[in-house]
Design a protein. Structure first.
Length: 131
């Protein structure tokens, strides 16, 4: 068994959450994995970075309610720039039914509150899935 790191394992993840404490908690949870985690406190900040990023992230992990915007709108905007972007939506205010009705394909919905292990599993599964 070698030390080969797969593309999914070294993927960049954008985490977007407008609640600072939760943003830090999610980033800390994922920093225990092999991924590069970039955190953003607003949809606007994440989109600006996404637009200027030459090496696009593999996964967008976003809260649904982002104050002045929402995670589905952000996901749609990012997908226009990077159609193979994988998206996980997390929320404590909406249910999985939003995912079913969403015009944006989501790999997964993670309801809040969640256990750190559940979040890591969702990220691993999303990044390992083929398009």
């Amino acid at each position: 068994m070698g030390n080969t790191i797969t593309e999914a394992e070294r993927a960049t993840i954008y985490v977007v959450e407008d609640e600072r404490a939760l943003l830090e908690l999610v980033a800390l949870t994922l920093s225990n994995g092999p991924w590069e985690v970039k955190r953003f406190a607003s949809a606007e900040e994440a989109l600006m970075s996404f637009q200027s990023e030459s090496n696009k992230p593999a996964l967008l992990l976003t809260d649904y309610d982002l104050g002045t915007s929402d995670g589905l709108t952000l996901a749609a905007q990012c997908r226009k720039l990077h159609p193979t972007l994988k998206v996980i939506l997390m929320s404590g205010t909406v249910t999985e039914q939003v995912m079913a009705k969403s015009p944006v394909h989501l790999e997964c919905f993670v309801p809040k509150p969640f256990r750190p292990q559940r979040l890591r599993e969702a990220v691993s599964a999303a990044l390992s899935a083929t398009v």
